[in-house]
Structure formats: structure tokens, C-alpha cells
Design a protein around this ligand. Structure first.
Ligand code: HOZ
Length: 432
């Protein structure tokens, strides 16, 4: 596969951007090789600057659940753009989108739109601190909640990909306010509450981890967090930026029956445009400015193009929910298990974790129930697998510590082609 043009574009980009990218994992440092430069995408396919076609299994990291350039979404954006791209003033579309979100998320009584998942979690943490008058936040190792200072402690995604404990530039005083505990470990949470009485403002988590690779919650873990936070006067903050509208129409809250105090959303809610949301119980949300003392603002919040794309996406998902989520489940099972069977046939040891249309093939015997388990994966073998699959026209997330995502545009033929490519790739991995 010729990728000369992408290579040249990467070299040029390196003169302008650190590592040639505007988000670290895109540089492919964890898997090796030059990243393809995308020119356009349609349905389940990405097309690069050299004219190569790739089956897309990262879906812009989640939002492209209906496939790329989905006509109702494109038309909605075009219509909205004709009326201008930003007002910095309220529009009816904001409440239209909020109504759709609230219909799927009973825990979200009121909400605020922001422009990214990072903004959403950062603002929700500020709100939790204001609501409780406490400072400490509990998070879980390998969970990624955006790049706000206090949330980078033992974070997943690029932080895990590059094997760094956190980020330079985060003052120790701020990092000390975050307790990072092992995921799926109720006893560790109980011990934290015992060690810090009346000091923990919130427990924040990815209800299905996506940013250390896919790690489902153990039976009873989420219910235990709900009970512990309620008992100790802390807020339960469920970060559904990845899982929202993906693992079910009502996200992990619906799938696992969780009733959190605050929820954050992003990705799918913006239909591929930059949107984040934080929302939850009115008693807390009423503390947000201008009703209350928690300040938060943004010129592009509720941006009309993003609202239009989000409305078209959520509208379609809601109207076709039964068939969409059934298809996402069956297609994801087919490809995730089909690839795992090819690995077994080639003698490559894998652990497959999957919840609906998000999954990870970990190159480790497993089980993978927390970040330490994920970190035992053979990342060099993953890199070889990734490079071989890319060469075969299948673009997987370029890190062992990211989840793969599927869209409704992936056909049965696409899934079969992926399984066949994986069969060959595992032979290459096994013989290396
Ligand atoms: N950290 C993002 C996924 N977990 C990657 C964002 C991007 O590179 O676009």
C-alpha cells in the first residue's frame, strides 16, 4: 500500500504541530508507522491522501455511530450553516436537543452544553465541589476524563498509551486532591471514604472504561459506588462521554440501571461536531451560574451547527433505536468474536472485552478487569497487529489502550473482510 503522500504530509505537519498532530494518539507512536492523512470518509470507510480506503474501527473515537457523512446529519449541518455558524446567543435548537437527551437520561433533569468532554467533566467536578463544600475527587486508574489538571492523575487514553504517570505541569497540590483507585475494587473505595471522612466531593468514573481499552464494570460495582457515595454525602459522577448513546440509547445508566447525581456526555451528542454536556439533578444544577455561584461559560456552547448535527443524530437513533442497537450488538459480537477465534487458531493469546459496539482485543491472557491487567498486555504484539491490519485496509484504534467502535454503516461483508484480514495478521504476529 502506497502511503507516500501521507508520509510527506506528516513530515510537513511536524513543522507546525508537536509530533505533527493536534491530539497525541493520532501520531501512531504506540504502534509505529506513519499515520494515514484522511481526505474524506463515507459510511464505514476512510479515504486517505494516497487514495487508499480503510475500514474504520475508531469512528472519530465514538461519535460516528451512524457512519461518516450520514446524509440526514450532513443536510442538517448545511441547513443550519446557511443561517450563520455562531450567534453567542440562545436558539430553540438547544432546548430541542436537551429534550431528546433528557428523554433518554432520566438522571439529567437539567443540563448545560459545552464544547468538549474535557469541559464537561471539568465543570461537573467544580459543581460537585461547590455542592458538597469538599475538595477530594476519587477517580479510577486508566479512566480518562479529559485533560483538566486534576483528572490527568493515572489517566487512560494517551496518558496510558505513552506509559506516563500523569502530566508535567500539574501542580502537586492539585494532583493531591485526586485519589486514583483500581477500577472494579469496591474495598478500595470503602477504604478511601474511611481514610477521608467528609472530604470526598465526588466519585467520577467511566461506567464502561473505554480509555484503558474496554473494561466492563464487574457485577455490583456501579451499585456499590451509588450506595457508598450516597452514604458518605459525595456525588456520583458518571462520565458517559464515550458510552452515552453507544452501549444503549440511554447509555450505561440505562444498561446497568444507575441513577447518578451528575452525568457528562459528548461525542455522539454532537453528531461528530464539538459538543459536551454536563447535567443531572436539579438540586445540583441550580448551583450553576446565572442561577447559582458556580461559574461556567463559553462562546461556542450550544453552537447552532453542533446542535443541528446532534439533533439529526439523536433523532435518528431514537426513531430507529430497536433495530439500531440490535444490529450494533450482533455486528460487534460477530467481529469481536470472529477475530478472537482467528487469534486462537493462530495460537495468539487474546482477551476480548466488549460491551455492545465498543470492545478491545487485549494481547494478554487476562482477565482484564482494571488498568494493571490492561498494562500487562503485549503492546509490541498489538503494534505489529495494528500495522498489518492497516496495511490490509483495516484501521483500528492506534493504541492497545483505546476501544474500537462500530457503526451502523459496517456491513456483513465488512465484518467478514475484517475477520479474514485478522486471520492473516495473527499469523504475522505469531511468526514475528
Ligand atoms: N483521547 C482520545 C481518545 N480517547 C483521542 C482523541 C483524538 O485523538 O482525536
Amino acid at each position: 500500500m502506497n502511503r507516500n503522500r501521507s508520509q510527506a504530509l506528516q513530515t510537513r505537519a511536524e513543522t507546525f504541530f508537536p509530533g505533527g498532530v493536534n491530539s497525541p494518539v493520532r501520531a501512531f507512536r504506540a504502534v509505529g508507522g506513519a499515520p494515514p492523512f484522511v481526505e474524506r470518509a463515507e459510511g464505514a470507510y476512510l479515504f486517505d491522501a494516497d487514495g487508499n480506503r480503510f475500514l474504520d474501527y475508531f469512528g472519530s473515537w465514538g461519535p460516528m455511530i451512524l457512519g461518516h457523512a450520514f446524509p440526514p446529519v450532513v443536510e442538517a449541518i448545511e441547513r443550519a450553516a446557511r443561517n450563520s455558524t455562531s450567534f453567542g446567543a440562545s436558539t430553540a435548537a438547544e432546548a430541542d436537543l436537551a429534550e431528546r437527551i433528557a428523554a433518554c437520561y432520566p438522571a439529567i433533569e437539567t443540563m448545560r452544553f459545552v464544547s468538549s468532554g474535557t469541559e464537561a467533566t471539568m465543570s461537573a467536578i467544580r459543581l460537585a465541589r461547590a455542592a458538597t463544600g469538599r475538595k477530594i475527587v476519587v477517580k479510577f486508574e486508566g479512566c480518562y476524563h479529559g485533560h483538566a489538571d486534576g483528572l490527568l492523575v493515572k489517566a487512560g487514553s494517551g496518558v496510558a498509551t505513552f506509559g506516563i504517570p500523569g502530566s508535567a505541569g500539574v501542580p502537586e497540590e492539585i494532583a493531591r486532591l485526586t485519589l486514583a483507585l483500581p477500577y472494579n475494587d469496591v474495598a478500595a473505595v470503602e477504604a478511601a471514604f474511611a481514610a477521608h471522612p467528609e472530604a470526598i466531593a465526588a466519585v467520577i468514573l467511566e461506567p464502561v472504561v473505554g480509555n484503558a481499552g474496554c473494561i466492563p464494570p464487574a457485577a455490583g460495582f456501579l451499585a456499590a459506588l451509588r450506595a457508598l457515595t450516597a452514604r458518605h454525602g459525595a456525588l456520583l459522577l458518571v462520565d458517559e462521554v464515550m458510552t452515552g448513546f453507544r452501549v444503549a440509547l440511554g447509555g450505561a445508566c440505562q444498561l446497568y440501571g444507575i441513577d447518578p447525581d451528575l452525568v457528562t456526555l459528548g461525542k455522539i451528542v454532537g453528531g461528530g461536531l464539538p459538543v459536551g454536556v454536563f447535567g443531572g439533578k436539579r438540586v445540583f444544577m441550580d448551583l450553576v451560574s446565572p442561577l447559582g455561584p458556580v461559574y461556567q461559560a463559553g462562546t461556542l456552547s450550544g453552537n447552532p451547527l453542533a446542535m443541528a448535527a446532534g439533533l439529526a443524530t439523536l433523532g435518528y437513533l431514537q426513531e430507529h433505536a430497536a433495530e439500531i442497537y440490535a444490529r450494533l450488538e450482533s455486528a460487534s459480537r460477530t467481529v469481536a468474536e470472529g477475530v478472537a477465534q482467528e487469534a486462537a487458531r493462530a495460537g495468539v493469546v487474546l482477551t476480548t472485552n466488549r460491551v455492545g459496539a465498543m470492545w478491545t482485543w487485549f494481547f494478554t491472557p487476562g482477565p482484564v478487569a482494571n488498568y494493571d491487567d490492561a498494562a500487562r498486555a503485549d503492546t509490541a504484539a498489538f503494534g505489529r497487529f495494528h500495522r498489518t491490519m492497516l496495511e490490509a485496509g483495516v484501521w483500528l484504534p492506534p493504541s492497545q489502550f483505546e476501544a474500537a467502535f462500530l457503526s451502523t454503516a459496517h456491513t456483513d461483508a465488512d465484518l467478514e473482510a475484517t475477520i479474514a484480514a485478522a486471520g492473516k495478521a495473527f499469523c504475522a504476529v505469531a511468526s514475528a
